[in-house]
Design a protein around this ligand. Structure first.
Ligand code: NAD
Length: 417
């Protein structure tokens, strides 16, 4: 396909899907959106590290720059050009930096738009401890979880009406007069949003979480919901989640009730156990008993809050990676935003972006390159070479710039390999 503003690298091959399986060449073309704000600092830094890890394992990544947000406004006069979406769809795998979303008024989140348009329905956020990273928790090593956050529905669906509009008054009168919710909404101005949670959206997310647990030899998949209050949305998320566990996997997957009734609480090797927790209680279990949790499956909003809280226990936003995964496609991105006050200062931590690339490599089946990245990061941080966010929490550490940190990590990858 020909594109107006995008330069397709002269060399390199596309990642494709053959007979339902991802087919990954050793010289893939990987699209990358640098992102707004600090995206322009952390993305080139991550590219340097990821390219070094690919090369050290006999591969070569051909990065292809795409535009969204500020860079797209400059080139195309719009936030999310059609050809950015088309290219991501065609090339299947990619990486993006953070994109700014104005609060209140202005355009809607481009990140949410990308997830919805490309049907990247699972926002996957691993949270594990890197040796040497300062943590507010006594035993951060006990945290090793992966959050599977549903990414296309819930209150993020974007179905909402602004206070003072005829539309919101129409919805109010429908809710009060036709659906019988009198005396529920206070008089005066109101904004109203809808929270759709579907069987389809829930089941494909939970399936992906269980598949991941089986593939990566993890025991527990926990459905995290607020079904005691929101019975027909979050309660349904829990019930549909259990249906997947009970109806689709045979003996490989059991529920926590069965575990206690029939197996005395001890899961047989290779079996995945599905249980559930109320979202507010989950926030305390993150701190008190992180070792009891492997994979969390969550509706969109719970997933946002809980994965940020989990990330804080092992180093915070500078460390926390993420990815958006659909069927046969992935767009890796850090959990953090564009942090405008630090933008362009070559200051923030690129680790979250580098580790997002690590998830991408894992998805491509490049676990050897991924292991090198982890070793080199731990080595660098272990030597006390860190960016400002970690340096201020460590004694005797050396503060380096974003680009210097990346150069150190890339250098170590070359020497370890
Ligand atoms: P933010 O994540 O950009 O920054 C909050 C704070 O986290 C920063 O002040 C800094 O202390 C810390 N931080 C963030 N990134 C860091 C890094 N790489 N290294 C060290 N410390 C880091 O959150 P915000 O200020 O709430 O949001 C700024 C903008 O980013 C908003 O427009 C928001 O909508 C957007 N955002 C985008 C995404 C995304 O693209 N997926 C995600 C979150 C927020």
């Amino acid at each position: 396909m020909e594109y107006e503003q995008i330069e397709i690298p002269a060399e390199g091959e596309q990642v494709t899907v053959v007979d339902g399986e991802l087919s990954v060449p050793d010289n893939p073309i990987i699209p990358v959106i640098y992102g707004d704000g600090t995206g322009k600092d952390v993305t080139p830094a991550a590219i340097e590290v990821l390219s070094a890890a690919a090369e050290a394992t006999g591969r070569e990544v051909h990065w292809m720059r795409l535009y969204a947000g500020e860079s797209a406004r400059e080139r195309y006069g719009e936030n999310l050009p059609e050809e950015t979406i088309d290219t991501l769809r065609e090339f299947r795998v990619g990486m993006k930096g953070p994109l700014t979303t104005p609060v209140g008024s202005g355009f809607r989140s481009l990140n949410v738009a990308l997830r919805k348009t490309l049907d990247l329905y699972a926002n996957v956020r691993p949270t594990f401890y890197l040796d040497g990273v300062p943590s507010p928790i006594r035993e951060p090593r006990k945290m090793d979880m992966v959050c599977f956050r549903e990414a296309t529905e819930d209150v993020y669906a974007g179905i909402e009406w602004e206070a003072g509009t005829p539309e919101v008054e129409q919805v109010r009168s429908f809710v009060e007069d036709e659906m019988g919710f009198e005396h529920t909404i206070h008089d005066g101005e109101v904004g109203i949003g809808l929270k759709p949670i579907t069987e389809f959206g829930t089941k494909r997310l939970v399936r992906r979480a269980i598949d991941y647990a089986l593939e990566h030899d993890r025991t527990y998949v926990t459905l995290v919901h607020k079904g005691n209050i929101m019975k027909y949305t979050e309660g349904a998320f829990r019930d549909w989640g259990y249906e997947v566990a009970e109806e689709e996997y045979g003996d490989e997957v059991i529920t926590e009730d069965t575990l206690w009734e029939e197996r005395d609480g001890k899961p047989p090797a290779g079996t995945v156990v599905v249980n559930d927790r109320i979202a507010d209680a989950m926030l305390q279990w993150l701190i008190l008993r992180p070792e009891d949790y492997d994979i969390l499956a969550l509706p969109n909003l719970n997933g946002d809050y809980i994965s940020d809280a989990a990330g804080a226990q092992v180093g915070g936003l500078g460390i926390a990676p993420g990815s958006n995964i659909g069927d046969g496609r992935i767009l890796a991105e850090p959990v953090h935003g564009s942090s405008p006050k630090h933008a362009g200062k070559d200051k923030v931590n690129p680790t979250a972006m580098i580790l997002s690339g690590h998830i991408l490599f894992d998805y491509l089946g490049w676990s050897d390159a991924g292991d090198l990245i982890i070793d080199a990061l731990e080595d660098t941080i272990g030597d006390g070479i860190v960016t400002y966010d970690l340096e201020r929490q460590m004694d005797g550490a050396t503060k380096v710039a974003t680009s210097e940190f990346a150069a150190e990590v890339a250098e170590r990858i070359k020497s370890i390999a």
